[in-house]
Design a binder for this molecule. Sequence first.
Ligand code: SF4
Length: 194
Amino acid sequence: MGLVQNVADDGLGGLEHNFLTGRVEDLVKWSRSRSSWGATFGLACCAIEMMTAGTAHYDLARFGMEVFRASPRQADIMIVAGRVSQKMAPVLRQVYDQMMEPKWVISMGVCASSGGMFNNYAIVQGVDQIVPVDVYAPGCPPTPETLIHAIETLHQLIEDGEIMRRRDTTGAGAQVRIQEVPAGTTTPVIIGQR
Ligand code: SF4
């Protein structure tokens, strides 16, 4: 208890011998979850909400995500924000293929997830036909709160290893569906709901 109290009072300076132990695997998972950068892939109106999530009010920098990368080689998370046209589908897949492993996909909004109201030949009826989706963010459009909920859930899944277990099981994405979070919600949202 004395050691815990010292750290609580003085931070790492309160450790008498200044060393920590842990598994390399846990450290890798933790660092991956806290340094995931998004690939810029706004396709329609949902992208406005995605951009809003990056503004000062929502501050994605709190989660190590202050930068969206224009280069797929510097990105870990593809946030598909908006409807995917048949013409865009091969481009989206090419960008995904150019991203380095490990990489993850969030399907943002009903259009990306299922075609939404665009039940026609021009729109892909679910981006999971093109890339493996790990987390589905519901809504039209999902609020920035919902997107952050999706991102935090993804981080949790990366950190506890659940995402890899699910991928092994499905042979595709982790396919986690989260709850929609109303705009302006200030009460804590439980992350990692599966
Ligand atoms: S889900 Fe709604 S907001 Fe998002 S792209 Fe479709 S129509 Fe636009």
